[in-house]
Design a protein around this ligand. Sequence first.
Ligand SMILES: C[S@@+](CC[C@H](N)C(=O)[O-])C[C@H]1O[C@@H](n2cnc3c(N)ncnc32)[C@H](O)[C@@H]1O
Length: 177
Amino acid sequence: MEIEVLRIGQRLVRDDRVTTHVALVARAFGAKKIFMSEINPEIGETIYKVNETWGGDFEIEFIDNWKMIVKNKKKQDFKIVHLSMYGEKINKIQTDISSENKILIVVGAEKVPREIYELADYNVGVGSQPHSEISALAILLDRIQNGAQFDLIFQKAKRRIIPSKTGKNVVMEETRD
Ligand SMILES: C[S@@+](CC[C@H](N)C(=O)[O-])C[C@H]1O[C@@H](n2cnc3c(N)ncnc32)[C@H](O)[C@@H]1O
């Protein structure tokens, strides 16, 4: 499944740490790309440094107009999956979402524009209590991939972790293209 993420909505106070964590979860849990409107180049630098060390080619695109991204993705046959505490229960619709080929997952910041509920193919609630876009994204990505995201190989990594019972076992890769 091809997965991309879009973060929309405005925070009263910009929270770069949350935004960075949304991007880190998207990358580590198998999405290809994130679109976001919080234009702080440091977020991009952090994520590209993570790519450099730990591999993969996860992308960030800073955007002005989230609606245009949603409309373009719809034209490219992506299904729009909007995470919202008001949405349908994840337990009920996770199988339908898993069977899609291409999805754009939309997460909000503080204020979510009303139109996204109509533009979405799925409005998904990870429970009906307010929590966080980081947790909602991680749980959705895990449910729709059944854990397969943790077997992904991130290409061209400089370092690789060998999971171990005790201590840290990190292999330094010698060759990079
Ligand atoms: C801090 S919440 C803001 C909620 C906001 N008041 C609203 O209008 O939805 C930020 C984002 O986290 C995600 N989120 C929070 N709780 C969720 C839940 N129970 N299920 C799905 N997504 C959730 C949504 O994407 C939401 O836009």
